[in-house]
Design a protein around this ligand. Structure first.
Ligand code: ZN
Ligand code: ZN
Length: 303
């Protein structure tokens, strides 16, 4: 199992010399899940060394330009290449119509296979946007003045065989071990062996992504006990009024959500371009949570 996060853009609103606008790639066992796709995301993927053909799902948080400005060009490039799958795009209310407009805005020579999933959870409601065998993606609404969704990638718990314990019963890999791994009880050489005796459950990983929002109580609910919580942190405490006016979070507010949610690790991103250094945001956040990092473009995190 490999789960790696790469920040492709960490600025809010406009790109700076050091930071591009929003996009976060989650690489789960080689499958790429892209969260937002600001302008210039394709080039950031080139620099980071990711093939666009590996992107299978795109999750949009909301339709502000810094989060979707690179979407149509990414779609065009994907289907100009050797892409045989359907690209699944998830987003808040209005995503279907907006994508239709986007598709009409450029000429496509190739067939494009898009499946658009519009997500419309009620306030404070957590719904499943996607569920597969290995993981699911949950979402809940934020408060940002336009329909906005926060996501959580939740890997499923997995039962693993303790081969040393199995060997004590004389068991080697084979169909019986397979049954035990599925939680079943087996008979072997006249003895009953239960799954509990020779297996253990490996808890799945959880990554929460809290995008543009004001403080709200759905965010800590969604992020509860996450291994990593990525959170917007547009402003420092000196701009708290601006944060409220433009419906964004300060670093301390982001850390408060992380503290309430009991997350292990907090990574701040989506910084206002006004700051040449964001180190004071780190100090502010650390007053509420002990384990905080600042994202920068191409920052990679193994979960
Ligand atoms: Zn934004
Ligand atoms: Zn926004």
């Amino acid at each position: 199992m490999t789960l790696e996060i790469t920040f492709l853009g960490t600025s809010s609103m406009v790109p700076t010399k050091e930071r591009n606008v929003q996009a976060i790639l989650l690489d789960y066992n080689g499958e790429l899940l892209l969260f937002d796709c600001g302008e210039g995301t394709q080039r950031q993927m080139n620099i980071a060394g990711f093939s666009r053909a590996r992107v299978k799902k795109v999750f949009l948080t909301h339709w502000h330009g810094d989060h979707v400005g690179g979407l149509i060009s990414l779609i065009q490039t994907i289907f100009n290449g050797e892409y045989h799958d359907t690209l699944h795009v998830y987003g808040p209310k209005g995503t279907k119509l907006r994508l239709e407009h986007l598709r009409k805005s450029v000429d496509f020579e190739n067939e494009i296979r898009l499946e658009v999933h519009e997500l419309n959870p009620e306030p404070r409601e957590i719904i499943t946007a996607y569920e597969g065998e290995e993981y699911l993606v949950e979402c809940t609404p934020m408060r940002h003045g336009t329909p906005t969704i926060a996501y959580a990638f939740v890997e499923k718990d997995k039962r693993r065989v303790d081969m040393a314990a199995a060997a004590k019963h004389g068991l080697k890999t084979g169909p019986l071990v397979g049954k035990l791994q599925r939680g079943e009880t087996v008979e072997f050489k006249g003895k009953t062996i239960t799954a509990e005796e020779v297996t253990y459950v490996r808890t799945g990983k959880k990554v929460a992504l809290i995008p543009d929002t004001t403080l709200n109580d759905a965010a800590p609910l969604l992020a509860e006990n996450a291994d990593v919580m990525i959170c917007e942190s547009t402003y420092g405490g000196e701009h708290e009024e601006k944060a409220a006016e433009y419906k964004h979070l300060t670093a301390a507010q982001a850390a408060l959500i992380a503290q309430q949610a009991g997350v292990k690790r907090l990574i701040l991103t989506h910084f206002s371009q006004r700051y040449t250094s964001v180190n004071h945001l780190l100090d502010e956040a650390r007053t509420h949570h002990p384990n905080v990092e600042l994202a920068h473009d191409f920052y990679r995190v193994t979960v």
